[in-house]
Design a protein around this ligand. Structure first.
Ligand SMILES: [Zn+2]
Length: 313
């Protein structure tokens, strides 16, 4: 067992809300690629221009910021369930989506689905399923945190009703109550590891022991709330400690995410295996990540991975 050689993908993390310290720690822990789903920002947006700039920043500035720490950044584009409830605005966002979903580095339509399971959420979820099908992109489904089991089953049923192939659908935020339905349907089952609550990494170890590794994916969903951008490498180390094989850990913390989102044709391993150097002298629209007097890091990235005593349970 040599954790030093492990590479990880976090296929659900909102880096817009995180700092450069997080990027540095993530790369050091072995995270080589991430996917940032479009989401709600905490405060509701009031204008379509805010969505346009947000989508553009995921494709531009945030991708650049990640590159400065040697991490490949991809995103999924979509209208989140919460803001689907502002129908006047949602209509305008729907017009915007076709302009963004086919851009380079967009690996899916997401995160979409249900929050309170309202009629408006249902309407825009269905419209975006049709969009994903039309452009042959995977779908990243946010399942509701309240009434989770019914909401997950409904998400799956509606996806099938709209003709989505299960292998093109990543169902996120699963737990012990939903995993069987998700896997039995042939869908990808993603799990978010929340610190101190809901799905903890101890529970994730038990799920992998019970259900195996096929179509199971681990992510952090770290955002502007209490969350941990190192959830994936920490869970991986705990799995190794608890006797899960290195190959099984590689599947649920790396390969399965690549296989699922790689179906977009926009994400492949050579993207990060080839690019092993960074140059923090680079700029994006004249902006650098550095502040006065800081020495840029230039050269090869070497990750040390996490030390065992960094594991937080
Ligand atoms: Zn999210």
């Amino acid at each position: 067992m040599t954790p030093e050689t492990m590479m990880y993908i976090d296929p659900h993390i909102h880096m817009t809300s995180r700092t450069t310290d997080d990027y540095a720690r993530m790369r050091d822990a072995g995270i080589v690629a991430i996917i940032e789903p479009s989401f709600w920002l905490g405060q509701p947006r009031t204008q379509v221009g805010s969505f346009k700039d947000y989508f553009s920043s995921l494709l531009g500035w945030e991708r650049f910021r990640a590159s400065q720490f040697g991490i490949k950044h991809y995103c999924t584009i979509g209208l989140n369930s919460k803001e689907a409830n502002n129908e006047a605005l949602a209509e305008q966002v729907m017009e915007l989506l076709p302009l963004f979903v086919l851009k380079e580095g967009v690996v899916g339509v997401g995160e979409i689905g249900y929050d309170d399971q309202t009629a408006a959420e249902d309407k825009y979820y269905r419209l975006q399923l049709d969009l994903a099908k039309e452009v042959s992109l995977p779908v990243q489904i946010h399942t509701p945190h309240r009434d989770k089991k019914a909401g997950t089953i409904k998400s799956i049923e509606v996806a099938l009703e709209h003709g989505l192939q299960p292998h093109m659908v990543i169902v996120d935020h699963n737990n012990e109550e939903t995993v069987k339905d998700t896997l039995d349907g042939g869908f990808w089952a993603a799990f978010t590891i929340y610190p101190n609550s809901k799905m903890g990494n101890e529970r994730m170890v038990e799920i992998v022991k019970q259900y195996g590794t096929e179509r199971i994916i681990v992510n952090s969903s770290a955002d502007w709330g209490v969350s941990d951008p190192l959830s994936v490498p920490k869970t991986a180390l705990l799995m190794l400690e608890r006797g899960i094989s290195k190959e099984d850990v590689r599947l649920v913390c790396y390969q399965n995410a690549l296989d699922a989102f790689g179906q977009s044709g926009q994400m492949k391993e050579s993207d990060w295996l080839k690019q092993v150097t960074i140059d923090q002298r680079d700029k994006f629209s004249d902006n650098s990540i550095l502040r006065g007097g800081q020495a840029p890091v230039v050269g090869e990235i070497v990750s040390t991975n996490l030390l065992e005593d960094n594991i937080v349970q």
